[in-house]
Structures are given as C-alpha cells and as structure tokens.
Ligand binder design. Structure first.
Ligand code: HEC
Length: 268
C-alpha cells in the first residue's frame, strides 16, 4: 500500500513538471493534459508491476483469457477515441475554400485588368505602327486592328447585384455566429443573445459595427459577457467588407418582435 502511494506521488510530481514545462513551451492546454495523463499512465504501470503475480493458466483457458484481454483493450481504445471531438477534414476544407474564394476572385479580377491593359498597350502600338506605315506611304494600312478588350465587367457586376440575403446567411454559417446566437430558434448555447428581433433595434450599419468591433455595443443583461469579451474580436480580420455588409444586411431583416432580443447599448 505504501508503495502504491509513493509511486502515485512520483507520478503526480512528474506529471506536474511536464504540465508546467509544456505550459512554458506554449503547448495548447489539451496537450498539457495529455502529458499529465501519460505520466499518470506510467505510474499506473509501475504500480501494476508490484501486484502479486497471477496463477499461470494454460491451454484453452489461456487462449480465452488472451482474447478477452484484447477485446477489453480494443473497446477501451475505440471508446476513448470516440470521446474526443471528431475532426472532418472535408468540412474544414469547404470552409477554407469559402474564405479563399473572394480573395481568388479579387486576384482573378486583378488579372483581367492587367490583361486588358496589355491589350490596350498592344492596340496603341498597332496604331502607332500603322501610322508609321502610312507615313512611309507603304502598303495600305489594315482597316481595323482592334486587339480585343472593352467588353469585360458586365458578368461580375450582374453577380454582385445577386442574392445578398443568401450571402448573409452563408456568412452566418461560415463564421459560426450560431455557436453563440440563436436565430430562427436554432443554434446558440445560451452564450449570447437571441437575434431574431435585432432588426428592430439596430440598423445594418450598426450591426456591421458590432461585428467589426464587438466593444461598440453591449447587449443589455449581458454585462458580464461583454466585460469578458465573449463575442470574438476577429471578424474584422476574417471577413471581407462585402461579407460584413451582407451579413449585417441580412440580420437587419430580422424583426420578430415576439423574441426578446436584448437592447444594444452604444458604448463607443
Ligand atoms: C463566442 C460567442 C459569440 C460568437 C461566436 C458571436 N457572438 Fe455576437 N455576442 C456574443 C455575446 C456574449 C453577446 C452579448 C454581449 C455583448 O454585447 O458583447 C453578443 C452580442 C451580439 C450582438 C448584439 C445583440 C444585442 O441584442 O445587443 C450582435 C448583433 C451580435 N452579437 C452579432 C454576432 C454576429 C453577426 C456574429 C457572427 C459573425 C456573432 N455575433 C458571433 C457572443 C458571440
């Protein structure tokens, strides 16, 4: 018994040291727990080593015992694995794609501009050459040498005028506002206010300000959460201005007076 206590204490001390060391090295909290857990596992192994030996068994009984041992081990591993939060890479890839898409489009738009400029430069050169040829009195200048261009932006502007509401809802999902806010009776783990009536309390512009700077408004009755900065201050870095606008505009359309969305108090 004394031995068990001694080894447990050694395990806890080593676990504590690992916990502190990993903390100092900047490991995430889960990893610190993991290191601590491994130290405790080691202590358990050493304690088991001290147990009185089992009576030897043989034959079919031994084989049966081995199978049972494996079954227990497998169940423990599978159950343990299932307890951890599951990670679906496809899910994350989809989200990253959505965040990158507008940036790519931006880039593509930039490329189109560069191409158009090049086309224009070429066009100018052609005209210059034609003029020179004419001046030389050489062969007749080719009638029309337009080097393409001039008919680009129509497609993009049409898309921009498209479904803002859909974009807004998409941002709501993408930025995971639903983790803290209930809307249409869905989401929110009681961390933040229900937003179904926000349109009667804030304009789209004011909602956008709250998203970009969560300290700008404080929901009445959520003083503690406001002080603690529960609403993340990261959207200004994650979202394009147009995303914020779409999300705020979409939310401003929620004017369901039967839901007690708390009053926003202007803080700055
Ligand atoms: C981690 C939790 C969390 C997330 C995620 C979150 N919020 Fe909040 N939000 C809060 C909390 C808590 C409050 C209340 C305290 C405050 O006003 O800061 C709040 C307040 C608000 C308010 C003011 C509500 C009122 O009645 O005054 C709006 C609007 C809002 N959030 C919109 C959003 C939007 C849009 C997103 C997604 C881009 C979002 N929030 C993401 C926690 C969160």
């Amino acid at each position: 018994m004394g031995n068990v206590i001694k080894k447990s204490i050694v395990g806890i001390v080593i676990g504590g040291i690992l916990f502190g060391a990993t903390n100092a090295l900047g490991f995430p909290f889960v990893f610190q727990l993991l290191f601590f857990g491994y130290a405790m596992l080691g202590a358990v192994v050493f304690i088991i080593l001290d147990l009185p030996p089992l009576k030897p068994i043989s034959g079919a009984k031994a084989a049966g015992a081995l199978v049972v041992f494996y079954v227990i081990l497998s169940v423990a591993y599978i159950a343990g694995g299932a307890v951890w939060p599951q990670f679906d890479p496809e899910d994350e890839k989809g989200k990253i794609d959505k965040i990158l898409k507008p940036k790519r489009e931006h880039y593509e738009a930039g490329k189109v501009e560069v191409l158009l400029q090049r086309a224009k430069a070429l066009d100018e050169k052609t005209k210059e050459l034609t003029a020179r040829l004419q001046a030389l009195g050489a062969a007749q200048a080719p009638a029309d040498q337009k080097a393409g261009g001039g008919s680009a932006p129509s497609a993009t502007t049409a898309a921009a005028g498209g479904d803002i509401a859909k974009l807004g809802e998409e941002q709501w999902q993408l930025q995971e506002c639903y983790n803290c806010h209930k809307l249409n009776g869905e989401g929110g783990k009681k961390r933040g206010p229900e937003l179904d009536n926000i349109g009667n309390l804030l304009t789209a512009e004011e909602i956008a300000r709250k998203i970009l700077d969560p300290k700008s408004y404080k929901a009445e009755g959520f003083e503690k959460e406001y002080e603690k900065g529960k609403m993340p201050d990261k959207y200004k870095d994650l979202m394009e201005a147009s995303d914020v606008q779409a999300l705020a505009g979409w939310l401003a359309g929620y004017k369901n007076a039967s839901v007690a969305t708390p009053k926003p108090i202007k803080m700055k």
